[in-house]
Design a protein around this ligand. Structure first.
Ligand SMILES: [Fe+2]
Length: 153
């Protein structure tokens, strides 16, 4: 009985010592800092739509305006701006591009430099039938952000 407890104790010690020894070498074993977010780990989306946007979401999620009365095959203007609060366009922090997809097909890609004063664009689109558009944008500091928009025809 005593041997079992001793063995368990030694096992626990060994695992703890091993983990402590590896912590500086393996970042995933480091204690997570709640303020540190790896924005480039994947596509960022609104986590709790649409009631409580975080400040990062307010500044990065593409906002889309679509006119009423869209007719099959007739072009309409899709107005896109990055962020509910328009994202800054400075030399150190800016939107690099916006892409619009219909399914898996890219409709358009708009590239920006920090010299462009506003992170917004208007794109002509025509749909034969109702569809969901996917809009992606990339911030040089905060990664790729996505929103989708169902459009009735
Ligand atoms: Fe940003």
């Amino acid at each position: 009985m005593q041997d079992t407890r001793r063995r368990t104790f030694l096992k626990t010690l060994g695992i703890s010592a091993l983990t402590a020894g590896l912590t500086p070498l393996i970042p995933s074993l480091k204690r997570a800092n709640a303020d540190e977010v790896d924005w480039f780990q994947g596509i960022n989306r609104v986590k709790d739509p649409p009631m409580s946007l975080t400040p990062k979401e307010k500044g990065h999620v593409p906002s889309v305006q679509v006119p009423d009365g869209i007719k099959s095959g007739e072009p309409f203007n899709l107005a896109i701006q990055i962020g509910e609060n328009l994202h800054p366009m400075t030399a150190n922090h800016f939107i690099q591009w916006i892409e619009v997809y219909l399914g898996t097909d890219m409709v358009v890609r708009v590239e920006f430099s920090p010299l462009c004063p506003q992170a917004k664009t208007t794109i002509p689109v025509a749909l034969k039938e109702a569809a969901t558009l996917r809009i992606l944008s990339r911030c040089n500091l905060h990664g790729i952000w996505e929103t989708t928009r169902k459009i009735a025809v």
